[in-house]
Design a binder for this molecule. Structure first.
Ligand SMILES: [Co+2]
Length: 202
């Protein structure tokens, strides 16, 4: 039996967090400003970072080559890395290949460039189903791919974090990197959506 004593009631999360923080501080094991420092880090973990990387790769063949050869270094070049992003691998979509990311164990993604994972990404349903019936799961998430496109699912680990490099859509010739980045969403970076020209800004 995995859970012989199923918990039925918890205090609200904020109360739990406060109690934990107070206990850690009272025992002198949490440095001053520790929580605030992580809050600041979380604020900088946004999918706009990954979008910027994709846009640069679309516009700069040398950067694209670096991204596919050494994702970690390419991300670092634009200022992204560190915790939860110590080893980043970029996965290149092609006309016949769609890459999709999952963490079957929990919720790992390349946080510094994708941001925190969406709730559905952490759900048991997504984690268990996408590896068995990726095409159907993608369809349910709004991405219906033709049978000519193979779907490759990548299981994240604590060490290796992936980001999907989508194909540059036709009709974006001459766009600035800023405008290109505006069509790359977190879902695109996970691989469950494609860049949508209609969402372009700037
Ligand atoms: Co995980």
């Amino acid at each position: 039996m995995l859970h012989p004593h199923p918990p039925t009631r918890f205090a609200p999360a904020a109360d739990q967090a406060r109690a934990l923080k107070e206990a850690l501080q009272a025992n002198g094991v949490m440095p001053e400003g520790y929580v605030e420092q992580w809050e600041d880090t979380f604020d900088h973990w946004v999918p706009e970072n990954g979008a910027r990387i994709v846009a640069r790769a679309w516009n700069d063949p040398a950067y694209r080559a670096l991204l596919l050869r050494d994702g970690t270094e390419a991300c670092r070049e634009l200022g992204y890395g560190g915790p939860e992003g110590g080893f980043i691998v970029a996965l290149e979509n092609t006309p016949v290949l769609q890459n999709v990311i999952v963490c079957t164990l929990c919720s790992c993604t390349a946080w510094p460039v994708l941001g925190l994972p969406p709730d559905w990404y952490k759900s048991f349903e997504y984690r268990s189903r996408v590896v068995r019936e990726a095409r159907q799961v993608l369809r349910e998430l709004g991405l219906a791919l033709p049978d000519s496109v193979k779907i490759q699912v990548w299981d994240t680990t604590a060490e290796t974090r992936y980001m999907v490099l989508p194909m540059r859509p036709a009709g974006t010739e001459g766009w600035s990197e800023e405008k290109l980045a505006s069509i790359v969403t977190k879902d695109c970076l996970i691989g469950v959506a494609l860049p949508d020209l209609a969402s372009a800004r700037a």
